[in-house]
Design a protein around this ligand. Structure first.
Ligand code: ADP
Ligand code: MG
Length: 235
């Protein structure tokens, strides 16, 4: 479905993505892992056309994304940092996004699930980080799209909200959707990811399943497996 060929992105002298090749097949959960600053968000934004690569090509269903925008109608995207307008209320923002995106939406179900009803008329600028993240999640999942891209969706969530998020992610997978997710929560990766890639220094250091990663590093714990991957590659 998504094919990335020789993707390079530099910010000034900093090479963030260094000739990356990656293909992501339709259906299932694909986790992009790597330390802070390893280029996960840059990779996601390149797929979305929000970052323009220096070189390389990205195609979705064999169509290049460069200078295109219609394809984004079929993507639900949860940004790592959601800069919501501070003076709007939650319900005003939801209505605004619905007006911008004329697709069927199921926000009411999600508002109930995440307990956001008491916050609907509060201004976004007054919400706690976790509550803002719940709004971010609702805006992402209220539409039906085949590709769902989640950039650190667990940020600031309480344990109950995390359980609901996991349920939704699994439900979307059951429907045959493709999900790309970045997270530092290894328990989540272990629970939901079908495949992982580990980014470091602009390159892919590992690609495979969690079981492959454990086998390759001879570790039973995923955090240790990743630590092992890092030390091994640094020698
Ligand atoms: P990650 O999501 O893996 O934490 P990012 O993709 O956000 O990493 O960032 C990778 C590197 O690129 C970081 O060093 C970051 O500071 C830099 N970077 C990201 N966006 C920009 C930008 N717009 N201008 C300059 N540097 C950037
Ligand atoms: Mg990031």
């Amino acid at each position: 479905m998504i094919e990335i060929k020789n993707l390079t992105k530099k910010f000034g002298k900093l090479v963030v993505l260094d000739g990356l090749d990656l293909d992501i097949k339709s259906g299932g959960i694909f986790a992009v892992l790597g330390p802070n600053g390893s280029g996960k968000t840059t990779l996601i934004k390149s797929i979305l056309g929000m970052v323009i690569p220096n070189s390389g090509e990205i195609t979705i269903d064999n169509i290049s994304v460069l200078k295109q925008w219609e394809y984004r109608n079929e993507i639900n995207y949860l940004p790592q940092i959601a800069n919501f307008p501070a003076n709007l209320t939650v319900v005003e923002l939801i209505e605004m996004v619905k007006n911008l995106r004329p697709k069927k939406s199921n926000e009411n179900e999600l508002i109930t699930l995440f307990g956001l009803t008491p916050f609907l008329n509060q201004k976004l600028g007054n919400l706690s980080g976790g509550t803002k993240q719940k709004v971010n999640i609702i805006l992402t999942f209220m539409f039906d799209s085949n590709l769902i891209i989640l950039d650190e969706p667990t940020n600031g969530l309480d344990p109950v909200a995390l359980i609901h998020l996991k349920e939704i992610i699994k439900q979307e997978k059951e429907k045959g959707k493709t999900l790309i997710i970045t997270t530092h929560i290894m328990g989540l990766v272990e629970e939901i990811a079908d495949e992982i890639v580990f980014l470091l220094d602009g390159k892919i250091y590992f690609r495979g399943s969690v079981a492959d990663l454990k086998n390759q590093t001879n570790q039973t714990n995923i955090e240790h497996a990743i630590a092992h991957l890092l030390t091994k590659e640094n020698v």
